[in-house]
Structures are given as structure tokens and as C-alpha cells.
Design a protein around this ligand. Structure first.
Ligand code: UDP
Length: 259
């Protein structure tokens, strides 16, 4: 949030944004579930120019052991941004920002997973940002909950996420990179449609209470759409796998070679 520089017009005369979107329009979102063979569950998300992969392992024995909870599973997220994902090469390895994002995503997912079913275990969620263009924590959380469902982890519901914010004195949905850099505020939000709970909420910048309410309402509406796209991805994945099974069963077994 750097304040609007005079030479960059974030909203034009027609009320459209720098990439042609209306204020309440989300960037195109595509989700694919079950993309990695060696993870227990996985998902790939393309959201505008963001490209994010999520992989889930577990529930499995929790290491180090002193972290084990005898009553519930620990949901441990690791968010990582690849060096090549951003314009100025990012120094590899964890930093303050990635620790913060890993923590808030772990907490958001802990709210929906039935952790009490798996005492002493860890459910490990890896989020790899391959290409970033603002909104990667929302894309990461959205991908992670699809990957958890793909892994068969029981949950109250999927968490859907989307940000709202303010650019050129206008409340807008799902900020792109220029808007994030030069806008006035950003509110990433994670939402559980089935219960109406907000499980992630941050704010960067300044908003009046009315603008904040408008932004939150806009983000929640968008999360409901995100949730449908998440469900469609899982339905496609599982109808495709059952079609594979049907096809495999339809193929007659080849006669074995003689001794
Ligand atoms: N970004 C970057 N280098 C970094 C961290 C972030 O270029 O080391 C960019 C990246 O495009 C990211 C955006 O800044 O998506 C906004 O980052 P922010 O911390 O607001 O998180 P995000 O919006 O991705 O959840």
C-alpha cells in the first residue's frame, strides 16, 4: 500500500480498473484437484497471474514429538514463494512474511478440520507460489483447502478466500499487483460458507468503517463464488477417477503368457 502515485490511473473515467475489471469483479480463477501423484492430496490454482500449488501429507505421526497434541491433530502449513515467482528475484528460504502467512493459513484451516479425529498426528500442508501477482495468501488458502479435501481429510467445509481493498478512493475486489502496490488498502479474507465464519482477516492500509463493511461484504460474496469453483474442481476430479475405474474394469484381463 504505497498511496496513489499521480502518473498511475487505477480507475478510469468509465469506472474500470487498470486491467479492465469493474470494482466488484474478481480475476479469472481456475482450480484443479489431485495434480500431484506423491502427495496424499493436492491442488493447483491459477488466479489471474498467480500460480499456486498446494500439497497435503497426513494425518501422519507428528514430528518433532514434543509438538504432538494427545487430543488433536496439528495442522502445519508451510507457505513458500519461489525465487522466480516475482519480478525482483526473491531470496530463497523462509522469511518474516512467509512465517506470518504460514501461521495465518494454519490457523484458518485448523478451524475447519476435525482435528479431534486424529490425536497426536500432524497434517502437513505445503503451499508453493510459482508465480505471484498479489493475492497469493488467498490463492494459497483456497488451494490448500481443496488439497485437504482431495486427501480425504474430514472438514466442516472448504475455506474459500478472496481479498477486497481500496484503490483511487474506490472499494474494489481482488487487488492485482499494481493495485496492491499503489492502492490505499487491502483486506484478505478467508470464509467458511457453510457456517458463515470468517477464519482469516487482515488489513493493510486505511479504510473508514463504511468502506471496511463494504469491502468485507464484497469479499464474502466472492468467497461464495470461489467455494463453488473449489467444489467443481473436486467433482471433476472424482468423476474423472470413477470414470477411470469404470474404464479399467471394462478392459478384459489379458491372457497370461504361458510358463
Ligand atoms: N511480492 C514480491 N516480493 C516479495 C513478496 C511479495 O514481489 O518478496 C509481491 C508478490 O507479487 C505478492 C505481492 O507482492 O503477491 C503482494 O504481497 P503481499 O505480502 O501483500 O501478499 P499477497 O497479496 O501475495 O497475499
Amino acid at each position: 500500500m504505497g498511496g496513489t502515485p499521480t502518473d498511475l490511473k487505477l480507475i478510469d473515467e468509465r469506472g474500470l480498473r487498470i486491467d479492465g475489471r469493474r470494482p466488484d469483479e474478481m480475476r479469472p480463477l481456475r482450480i484443479e484437484a489431485g495434480v500431484l501423484k506423491r502427495a496424499d492430496g493436492s491442488a493447483y490454482v491459477e488466479w489471474g497471474q498467480n500460480k499456486v500449488m498446494a500439497a497435503v501429507y497426513g494425518p501422519r505421526e507428528c514430528h518433532p514429538r514434543h509438538l504432538q497434541n494427545p487430543e488433536r491433530a496439528l495442522v502445519q502449513c508451510n507457505y513458500n514463494m519461489a525465487s522466480f515467482s516475482v519480478e525482483d528475484r526473491k531470496r530463497p528460504g523462509p522469511d518474516r512474511r512467509s512465517h506470518e502467512i504460514s501461521k495465518i493459513i494454519s490457523e484458518a484451516l485448523t478451524h475447519v478440520v476435525f482435528t479431534e479425529y486424529f490425536p497426536r498426528t500432524s497434517i502437513d500442508v505445503y503451499i508453493e507460489v510459482l508465480q505471484a501477482n498479489a493475492g497469493t495468501r488467498c490463492a494459497g488458502l483456497t488451494a490448500a483447502s481443496v488439497a485437504l479435501a482431495d486427501a480425504g481429510v474430514p472438514m466442516k467445509d472448504l475455506v474459500a478466500a478472496c481479498a477486497a481493498g481500496k484503490v483511487a478512493d474506490t472499494v474494489v475486489l481482488d487487488l492485482g499487483k499494481e493495485e496492491d502496490n499503489s492502492g490505499q488498502a487491502d483486506i484478505p479474507l478467508g470464509y467458511v460458507p457453510r457456517t458463515g465464519e470468517i477464519v482469516l482477516l487482515q488489513m493493510d492500509g486505511d479504510l473508514s468503517p463504511e468502506e471496511f463493511d463494504k469491502g468485507v461484504r464484497m469479499a464474502i460474496d466472492a468467497c461464495r463464488k470461489v467455494s463453488e469453483i473449489q467444489r467443481d474442481a473436486l467433482k471433476r476430479r472424482y468423476s474423472a477417477s470413477s470414470a477411470d475405474v469404470d474404464a479399467a474394469q471394462a478392459v478384459p484381463e489379458m491372457p497370461k503368457e504361458g510358463p
